[in-house]
Design a protein around this ligand. Sequence first.
Ligand code: GH3
Ligand code: MG
Ligand code: MG
Length: 388
Amino acid sequence: MTLSGFPLTHRGSWQLLANPGSKSDDIAAMGILVVDDLPGNRVLLQHILEATGFQNVLLAESADQAFGVLGMNGAKTEPGVVDLVLMDVMMPGMDGIEACRRIKASPDLCDTPIMMVTALSEVESLEDAFAAGAVDYITKPINQVELHARVRSVLALKQAMDERRHRERELERREKELLEVTRLLEETNERLRHLSTLDGLTGISNRRRVMEYMEQEWRRSARDRTWLSVLMIDVDFFKNYNDSCGHQAGDDCLWMVANCLKRNLNRPADMVGRYGGEEFIAVLPETPLDGAVNVADMARESIVSLNIPHPDSAVDPRVTITIGVASCMPGGDSTISDLITGADRALYEGKAAGRNRVAAGQATAAPGKPSEEGEAMVPDAQAAPDHD
Ligand code: GH3
Ligand code: MG
Ligand code: MG
């Protein structure tokens, strides 16, 4: 067969494959299904297509057989085997136009291009063919040059669409992946943020968290002119406890004490944390000294009620705590450090006075505080006598 105007390779094919590895190479490998009831037409189309470099030409002699190749009729066919259908219009049984409509109606095949092959006398039926979803047509008798050019351009378009769809799917997949990674990262960050505020041994807030909270509440109290109280809490004779019960039992004891304190200091605004070693600190916003002393004493009693045996305490056969309390209405020159020092001093006095007790320290208010809160809380009062 001579194909005038097109150079032949030494194997007799057009130079469709002249550039190996190129897009043309991919196009040559795409699948073409020829559907025609006449064996002569099928063979002729196959011959021309193969001679012009297309390597995957499949044949079907009826619409039904074509459906089978395309994986319709429930038949199992590899997806993407057919990239283009060349469909004869006139066929016994189901004609090409109805077959085209059915193929286009299938969700898996709606993007597979269909080119109608029609006799010149049937050209009027092309309107129906396009309405049925055909992308192009070619008239019989087949012109080889025209067939090659049309098939190639439809396949190039199909290839471009496939690539675009592939890229879109890939983008979607990556976007989903990115969203998932971002979500996991946020979750992990949140967990880390939370963990970085907790004390590793006891699980209650750590010193940093309590100090941050105290600064925040200090500013609020200064703004609202309210009392802010601090409790410094220390386990009595804890060195002896460790020495007689072992360090592991000491750790367990600290856990129990910490969590008991947390249960007792349970107003939403209260916060208790581990200050270091066997010392704890609690911040009680909007709480004047007398209220804080009451809270502290309940906490002290509940530690006694834990009934943790202490074999070597000079005050009680059970584990006990001593608490120093100080209160402040922030403002003027007063600082957080003054407040903590006040509670610490009270704690020291509580220890000196015999332990297992609450010692009330200073209640300091800057000038100008509301008069109704002024009576009980004397500004710069000296350390009050030990509670308990
Ligand atoms: P005081 O009644 O005067 O408070 O006496 P104390 O023995 O409790 O005080 P001291 O400061 O002499 O000893 C505190 C002890 O707490 C010493 C240390 O071994 C123990 N300790 C501090 N941190 C931990 C801890 O994380 N785990 C354990 N098991 N023990 C700790
Ligand atoms: Mg102690
Ligand atoms: Mg101590």
